[in-house]
Design a binder for this molecule. Structure first.
Ligand code: PHE
Ligand code: ZN
Length: 863
């Protein structure tokens, strides 16, 4: 499978090599005779020579054999195969080219192209899956108008869907039927989609701001219909939000969403026919957590927002992927923030960035938001492209302010509608409509690595002056040894440590040099620094603030994110000291948590976030070398102390939140969150009734958030209740694969000493199957972020992950390659562990027939 060129090296695609397409394809007509074992695809392309040249038409293919090639209605012999690519010599400036191929959806385990999931035929084409369906110039800057005809067995596939609007349908005889769909909007091939299956719809009508009616439908198997209301509601809310916030209206008469169980990512924004991983559609209180509900609303909105940021304006080439993904993540984050608490949403987004993107940026797979080269594009659907890309948009929005940012997005949508654009095009619109210069800011697109800011505040009491010294460094990353300074928008404010008063307004400081000094006049009392408020720049900040300063800010800062951050920093400093010196004073943290718990001005959701200790991995990220055992011990010790010292407070918080009946509202969600956080601390205190308290919560829960919260608490311990709860949970939900995923992941994430063994056993469980990406991720993905278990000193965790990935690569290379990065972080651990991790990477690389996806990830990880 590894595609090796004549040099023996896998081929590399470079951004600087971009050339405009040789041929355009204004019209595409596809005819599918659908069958799971053998589907024939007849394609009719109108092609037009682009510019003055005599090069042939090159049509990408992947595993396809042409059964017929015709040009302008005549059989054509002037073609050949160049590897997987069909090369056709054409005499004139425009022609009609017809091809026919046969493909086998039921044997497509990669889940790219046309495949079968639970009896539903569906497609996934981004990034380069369309070439597994038919021969085509499979690149995002070739926009074509599509007509699609499908014929299929009527009983097995009563519903036939494709992009755009339905045109006609009818009976085809022999128990078969047909349907035709037409998409009036020119689109790149990666947005093509079709679905055939026995599906039922949850329908609604949305009236757009200009008064057009759009027929909405969410298609699932009949039995899943009762779990689609939340997604449908989220869709309507997102459609209205995009009109109100960005002035963007939907453009077709229908909008269809289909949920399937086997899907490589979260969902896909195909024009007018989004296809979703069922985990981002299906929810009811008994089976989905609040976190799942939020995820569904966020992903439904994300895919819908792509209709403008992605589909109406697409990407010129895959190096521009963040043009659509960074912007669309920013849009979905803003949408979700508007549905509940802005503060809590920001905390969650920053936590996700730090958990996934910061380690990526600090490791062997670091790459810029606009990469320069790739071997396999599927490997670049990363936290850097998505989440850091969103932070770049957020920084520009911060610098422009809301009015000018809206003017800039209006300009962007207006100027580039119907085209394939670049990140540069987007930034130019920000500059023009924002009236600012973003020359230096563009380095955020080209330089990888998380900038580090050192902020030192000094006070000259006599002169009434405070001086803030800022320094930035951008660390070296693979291929980029030397970095230039970036533009860092830092929201800053000072507070008086005696009076607690604000010493002046908030400033937006644009740090652009390597170092800078900012002078504050008229500062008579000792100031405390609140910096990077709202996480205005995606950087690491080091300050000279004392534990008392941090405790002060955690109780007094008026920016909720800064308040949370001060508490996190206090906890981190304490934990790092304790890992380094074997012990540390816990009093500051205990008092700060006590204050937060008792602050009646705060809502439960915020309190729950603020009192949660940083994860073991995040603590590890602060250390020069990760000692997983020492980190675990230090964190458990602090948890125990917090549990014991504040036992009364935790129990009070628990009792108060318990009164809550299920409702999906921000307040009810906050109460549930705080309840389970409190249960965790009560358990950590070692209280003898903790397991039975958790078991009662588990049994009496009227919703999955409480039930899974209790299960997670029990799963980390050694009580009899743990075994009982895991069994009850399994039996109760054995026919619901999304809930069984939770059963697997809860055990893989457990803090128990025997987690590595448990996980090996779970991989032999009859319900474990690598072919379903959600299930594979629920065990392998969850286990490899369980820092202590994954880094078990025996090396069995590494071996387990490598074994699984080698097996998975033969089934689904894309999903396998996505799970590899934790094995590549060997530079972060001691020499013995590093040696074992490298040995597993070598073992993976030695597998005959390894995919290009895995080859790229594993070989880069060894460097
Ligand atoms: N474009 C999809 C999204 O972010 C993600 C995706 C990529 C899905 C590749 C499938 C394959 O919305
Ligand atoms: Zn997206």
């Amino acid at each position: 499978m590894l595609d090796v060129q004549h040099t023996g090296q896998p081929s590399v695609t470079r951004r600087e090599d971009y050339l405009v397409p040789d041929w355009m394809v204004p019209e595409t007509s596809l005819d599918f005779a659908l069958d799971p074992a053998a589907t024939t695809v007849e394609a009719t392309l109108s092609v037009e020579r682009n510019g003055e040249h005599d090069r042939p038409l090159r049509l990408d293919g992947d595993g396809l054999t042409p059964e017929l090639v015709r040009v302008d209605g005549e059989d054509w012999s002037n073609w050949c195969m160049d590897g997987p690519t069909l090369v056709i010599e054409l005499p004139g400036a425009s022609h009609t080219v017809e091809t026919r191929v046969t493909i086998c959806p039921e044997r497509n385990t990669q889940l790219m192209g046309l495949y079968s999931s639970g009896g539903i035929l569906c497609t996934q084409c981004e990034a380069e899956g369309f070439r597994r369906i038919t021969f085509f110039p499979d690149r995002p800057d070739v926009l074509s108008r599509y007509k699609v005809r499908m014929t299929a067995d009527k009983a097995r596939y009563p519903i036939l869907l494709a992009n755009g609007d339905p045109v006609a349908s009818g009976d085809a005889g022999d128990g078969r039927h047909w349907a035709e769909w037409g998409d009036p909007f020119p689109k790149p091939s990666y947005l093509f989609a079709l679905v055939a299956g026995d599906l039922a719809a949850n329908r609604a009508t949305f009236t757009t701001q200009s008064g057009r009616d759009v027929q909405l439908a969410i298609w699932v198997r009949e039995k899943d219909l009762p779990r689609t209301d939340h997604a449908l509601h989220a869709l309507k809310t997102a459609m209205a939000w995009d009109e109100a916030t960005y002035g963007r209206e939907y453009d077709l008469d229908v909008f269809n969403i289909v949920a399937v169980d086997d899907f490589n990512f979260g969902a896909m924004e195909n024009k007018g026919l989004n296809i979703f991983n069922s985990r981002y559609i299906l929810a009811d209180p008994d089976t989905a957590t609040d976190y799942d509900y939020d995820g569904i609303a966020g992903v439904v909105a994300h895919e819908y927002f792509h209709n403008w940021s992605g589909n109406r304006i697409t990407c010129r080439d895959w190096f521009q992927l963040s043009l659509k993904e960074g912007f669309t993540v920013f849009r979905d984050q803003s949408f979700s923030a508007d549905q509940g608490s802005h503060a809590v949403k920001r905390i969650e987004d920053v936590r996700a960035l730090r958990a996934a993107q910061f380690p990526e940026d600090a490791g062997p797979l670091a790459h810029p938001v606009r990469p320069d080269a790739y071997q396999e594009i599927s490997n670049f659907y990363t936290a850097t492209i998505y989440n850091k890309g969103a932070e770049l948009i957020r920084m520009m929005a911060t610098m422009l302010g809301p009015q000018r940012f809206r003017a800039a997005t209006d300009l962007y949508f207006d100027r580039f509608d119907g085209t394939a654009a670049t990140c540069e095009d987007f930034v130019t619109c920000m500059e023009e409509a924002g009236g600012i210069d973003l020359i230096q800011f563009r380095r955020w697109y080209s330089q990888a690595g998380t900038p580090r800011v050192t902020a030192t505040l000094t006070h000259e009491a006599g002169g009434g002056r405070a001086v803030l010294s800022l320094r930035q460094t951008v660390p070296p990353t693979p291929g980029q040894p030397v970095k230039e300074p970036m533009v860092l928008p830092l929201r800053i404010k000072l507070f008086g440590s005696d009076t607690g008063a604000e010493l002046g307004d908030e400033h937006l400081v644009l740090l652009s040099g390597e170092s800078e000094e900012i002078i504050f006049e008229g500062i008579s009392e000792r100031p405390v620094l609140s910096i990077n408020r709202g996480f205005s720049a995606p950087v690491i900040v080091e300050t000279n603030r004392t534990p008392a300063d941090l405790a002060f800010l955690s109780a007094r800062d008026d920016d909720p994110f800064a308040r949370y951050e001060a508490m996190q920093q206090l906890m981190l400093d304490t934990l790092v000291a304790s890992v380094t010196h074997g012990r540390a004073e816990h009093d500051n943290v205990v008092e700060a948590v006590r204050n937060t718990l008792g602050d009646e001005t705060l809502d439960s959701a915020f309190i729950a976030e603020a009192v949660l200790l940083p994860s073991e991995s995040f603590i590890g990220d602060q250390m020069p070398l990760v000692d997983p055992e020492a980190i675990h011990r230090a964190r458990e010790a602090l948890r125990r102390d917090l549990g014991r010292s504040l036992e009364r407070e935790w129990r009070a918080a628990y009792e108060q939140a318990k009164a809550n009946r299920f409702e999906y509202s921000p307040a009810a969600k906050g109460a549930r969150r705080l309840k389970t956080v409190a249960l965790g601390y009560i358990t950590a205190s070692g209280a003898p009734d903790a397991a039975s308290l958790a078991f009662v919560q588990f049994e009496q829960a009227d919703n999955m958030t409480d039930r899974q919260g209790a299960l997670t608490t029990l799963a980390g311990g050694t009580s009899d209740e743990r075994v009982a709860a895991l069994d009850i949970f399994y039996n109760r939900y054995s026919d619901n694969s999304l809930v069984l995923d939770k059963w697997f992941s809860t055990q893989a994430l457990s803090a128990r000493d025997d987690t590595p063994e448990q996980v090996e056993q779970l991989a032999r469980h009859p319900d474990f199957k690598l072919s379903n990406p959600n299930r594979a991720r629920s065990l392998i993905g969850a286990f490899s972020v369980n820092q202590r278990a994954f880094h078990d000193a025996s090396g069995r965790g590494y071996r387990f992950v490598a074994d699984q990935l080698i097996a998975l690569d033969k089934i689904n290379p894309q999903t396998a390659a996505k799970l590899l990065p934790p094995l590549g972080r060997w530079k972060r651990v001691d020499a013995k562990r590093a040696e074992m991790m490298r040995a597993e990477l070598e073992r993976i690389l030695a597998v005959p027939g390894l995919s290009k996806d895995m080859f790229e990830q594993a070989s880069k990880s060894l460097e």
